[in-house]
Design a protein around this ligand. Structure first.
Ligand SMILES: [Zn+2]
Length: 60
């Protein structure tokens, strides 16, 4: 996948967390649990990372 900011090839990987991450919309107080893949004790979201721009794009 190409970075939408600089057009470089992005690293393919995953964002992992012990807790299920939540999306908290600006102005709201209650988060929405994201639909993660289970990977042993971790929750995993497929992602692409641009090393140059320090951006991560998540598949949620
Ligand atoms: Zn980039």
């Amino acid at each position: 996948m190409k970075c939408p900011y600089c057009d470089s090839e992005m690293e393919e990987g995953a964002l992992i967390s012990r807790m299920v991450p939540q999306w908290l919309k600006k102005g709201e107080k209650k988060g929405l649990f994201l639909d993660c893949k289970k990977n042993f004790a971790n929750n995993e979201l497929p992602a692409h990372r641009c090393v140059k721009c320090k951006k991560v794009i998540l598949d949620v």
